[in-house]
Design a protein around this ligand. Structure first.
Ligand SMILES: Cc1cc2nc3c(=O)[nH]c(=O)nc-3n(C[C@H](O)[C@H](O)[C@H](O)COP(=O)(O)OP(=O)(O)OC[C@H]3O[C@@H](n4cnc5c(N)ncnc54)[C@H](O)[C@@H]3O)c2cc1C
Length: 287
């Protein structure tokens, strides 16, 4: 497809109007788009909409009792956020394991989610934080928005419920209660600049040794970032002892459906899933 027009709007309304009709590609940091288009995996649509000038899509704050992060907020912004370090350190941990400084400076949070990779690192902490995404489009006269739970957002590798013409404007999640623990682990052959072999996030409360409000998310082990609901059910309301941890290890291993690929075998990913759930639960017990 030949590019027919290049646009750099400075408001969500203007961008949404340009995206109307659907034959347009949104460009944010370009860190996924550039390798995909250069390798021929994907082609640009006729209209390019570079959203980098839309300042209203940047920033991290609290709105109506929830944390709100603009879609264009970069992984570096997340890494450096005092608010997130205090209220959602699991997201900061994931940012810290993300690529290199150069890539983090360009990578937007919405870009990571919209790319819908099963190995997208920011998806995992946001799933355990019970995040939802805000999607905006032009309805002919004005901006119309809808919110979608991140759990229902991903539909397959590279696929989501977003429809042509929509822009992801923000990501929101509830502020976390006291006694809430959340942690993130990621593995790859190298310490940095590595696509996850397996990543995992867990959040829960621990009261008098009993684990509750459990959320487990696992990356790179299924066609989409996975909310591991059977593993959560195996843990919910239990005393967090060795028997419970062992049950979680076995359940998580059964719940994932990884593939063999150049980075790891399915067997190794299943094994690592068990290692990671044990490590995260031991972390909860020690905290
Ligand atoms: C060397 C290298 C290392 C990397 N390491 C990691 C890593 O460690 N972990 C990881 O998870 N990823 C990694 N990535 C992938 C990439 O950096 C991230 O997925 C990044 O967050 C994508 O954001 P972006 O702003 O660059 O998106 P872009 O490339 O601009 O866009 C990605 C997709 O999302 C769409 N899009 C972007 N923003 C919006 C929006 N607001 N609304 C609607 N659609 C939108 C685009 O049209 C495109 O389809 C790496 C990439 C490279 C090149």
């Amino acid at each position: 497809m030949n590019i027919e027009s290049y646009n750099a709007p400075d408001s969500i309304a203007e961008a949404a109007q340009l995206l109307q009709g659907g034959n347009a590609t949104v460009v944010a940091g370009g860190t996924d788009l550039t390798p995909q288009t250069e390798s021929g995996v994907r082609q640009f649509a006729a209209t390019l909409v570079n959203i980098q000038r839309i300042d209203e899509m940047r920033g991290i704050g609290v709105m109506n009792g929830r944390i709100r992060i603009g879609g264009l907020t970069t992984v570096t912004d997340i890494l450096e956020s005092k608010l997130l370090a205090d209220e959602a350190p699991v997201l900061v941990d994931a940012a810290d394991r993300f690529a290199s400084s150069q890539i983090r400076n360009a990578s937007s949070l919405a870009g990571n989610l919209c790319n819908a990779s099963p190995a997208g690192d920011m998806c995992i902490p946001l799933l355990v934080l019970d995040a939802e995404v805000e999607l905006a489009c032009w309805d002919g006269e004005s901006i119309s928005t809808r919110k979608v739970s991140l759990e229902r957002f991903f539909t397959g590798p590279g696929k989501s419920v977003m429809v042509a013409g929509e822009l992801m404007t923000a990501i929101e999640f509830p502020r976390c209660a006291n006694r809430f623990v959340a942690a993130f682990l990621k593995s790859g052959p190298r310490p940095a600049l590595e696509i996850s072999t397996v990543s995992m996030g867990l959040s829960c409360s621990l009261t008098d040794g009993v684990i509750s409000n459990v959320r487990v998310a696992i990356g790179a082990v299924a066609p989409t970032p996975l909310r591991a609901k059977r593993t959560e059910a195996a843990l919910e309301g239990k005393v967090l002892n060795e028997a419970t941890i062992q049950l979680a290890v076995e359940t998580a291993g059964e719940e994932v459906s990884p593939i063999d690929d150049v980075r790891a075998s399915a067997w190794y990913r299943k094994h690592l899933t068990g290692v990671y759930i044990r490590r995260l639960l031991n972390h909860v017990n020690g905290s």
